[in-house]
Design a protein around this ligand. Structure first.
Ligand SMILES: [Zn+2]
Length: 248
């Protein structure tokens, strides 16, 4: 059975990127919460696909980077997927998948994942990046990627990525990419081997939103700018969502 090790970035004493409230930006977002949410959803998704899944944390705790890599190595994972959200002083937006430069299989894994992520980001292409200076890419002995799901420092992107629909779509898209790479058939949340996740472009619905620790996110969701996927398409029961800290 294929073995995939998931690493939800940061946690515990390390919140990762933090975006506080300022001006019109009323959301307070810590990267560690989003990474754990996506990591747990990805964990569930890959289990559903029959994959043997390991994970570096399932709670608000901080394993060191050395511990994360060592556990994946000892567990003999086939691949390592580290989950992160990005931050920058500019208004940068978009997803990136990072891989170790000399790893051909790692680059392929990054490409497989990005193929499925690209349809769910409204901001265009940042794509794949080779990085030789990132610990978990260097210290893992199997093909490894770091997925940066978007920039919480862009108010527009932040308001998107804190929605449950986005977090679920991000996890399912990542699962599809990992399944392509392994390869094993991807099994959708409804139990079927799903076809095109992007669906019919005419089949656009308003994303459902609700109050969360991040504040009310429905004003973003009432815009018709999200034309790539829908909550209905995901078929994810709301009970499977894990928003990890407070406010729920
Ligand atoms: Zn991070």
């Amino acid at each position: 059975m294929a073995r995939v090790y998931i690493d939800p970035g940061h946690g515990g004493r390390d919140p990762g990127a933090v975006d506080g409230k300022s001006g019109t930006d009323v959301l307070y977002t810590e990267e560690e919460d989003l990474t754990l949410t996506v990591g747990m959803l990805l964990y569930d998704a890959l289990k559903r696909c029959g994959v043997n899944v390991g994970i570096s944390r399932m709670a608000d705790v901080y394993p060191s980077l050395g511990e994360r890599a060592r556990k994946a190595n000892e567990w003999l994972a086939d691949c390592f997927v580290s989950v992160h959200f990005n931050a920058h002083a500019s208004a940068a937006k978009g997803m990136e998948v990072l891989y170790y430069p000399s790893s051909v299989k790692g680059k392929k894994l990054a490409a497989n994942i990005y193929d499925h992520l690209a349809p769910i980001t409204p901001w265009g292409d940042r794509g794949l990046k080779a990085r030789d200076n990132l610990y978990v890419l260097r210290a893992t002995s199997m093909p490894a990627v770091i997925v940066e799901y978007d920039f919480i420092t862009s108010e527009e992107a932040e308001r998107l990525v804190v929605t449950e629909a986005y977090l679920a779509a991000a996890a399912e898209a990542t699962a599809r990419g990992v399944c392509d790479w392994l390869p094993v058939p991807y099994v959708a949340p409804d139990g079927n081997e799903a076809d095109d996740p992007t669906g019919d472009p005419d089949d656009v619905h308003i994303i459902v939103a609700r109050q969360s620790k991040y504040g009310l996110v429905e004003d973003f969701c009432n815009e018709n700018s999200l034309t790539h996927w829908t909550l209905e398409d995901l078929n994810v029961p709301t009970s499977t969502f894990h928003i990890t800290k407070g406010g729920e």
